[in-house]
Write a protein of this length. Sequence first.
Length: 280
Amino acid sequence: MDDWLTPRRRYAALVERADEEIELERAAATIALIAYPDLAIETVIRQIQALADRVRGHVGATDDPQARRAALDRVLFADLGLRGNEADYYDPRNSFLNDVLDRRLGIPITLSVLYIAVGRRAGMDVEGVGFPGHFLVRILLGGGESVLVDPFAQGRDVSDRDLRALLSHIAGRDTSVPPEYLARSSTRDVLARVLGNLRGIYAGRGDAMKTLEVMEWLVLTHPGNATLKRDRGLLYYRLGSMAAAVADLRAYLFAIPAAEDRVTIEQVVKRALKSKPTVH
């Protein structure tokens, strides 16, 4: 399980900082080391900076947020041709920034990461919004005004009606949108969203080892999340890494003493302790 140790350490060094000190685009680009261990991260960063420079070139000295937003949309969607990959949404390449930039295809979270990264480097006040099932971006216009945009839909404004439609698609019924669904996402939450998509893709393909690799990165992103440790522990157990499984599952039980699945997890721990370790 040490094949990805160096990339994982590189990522760990980025996310061990306070949330406001994590460079979103660098950490998100580093996630691509999961698939491309020899990827030159600085090349991705230079591509992002070049896009921001083009945005600044369009607006000149103006600090009008609407003009910057129009220039950002022009550079990313009209000039570069970024778009949502509706034809193959679950292609893992949609989650790697280098692939998104090269193929001009992505999913809401990665297109939003690029929108945020380029926008901030171009002088915009922009943040991620972790709406369930469809990541969005908020542009702060000043004076308490803001606008929600959907980078997956090439920067289209998102109305209250759109939000209800997105939520009803998940909930299966028309329902109001809770305010917490529109809250600003922390940098860690954005990175966890990218990794969470990859986790689902690899798990859906039955690739347990790749799923475990992503789980390692998820735990680095949110080290205090006991549920993530439980899930990683159960995966370790499946793969026969009993000592690692026991450590994670005990950490989960210690963190959440009244967990609803406590009895089940305790039984897994007992079986793991009785099992012979598997050598990988």
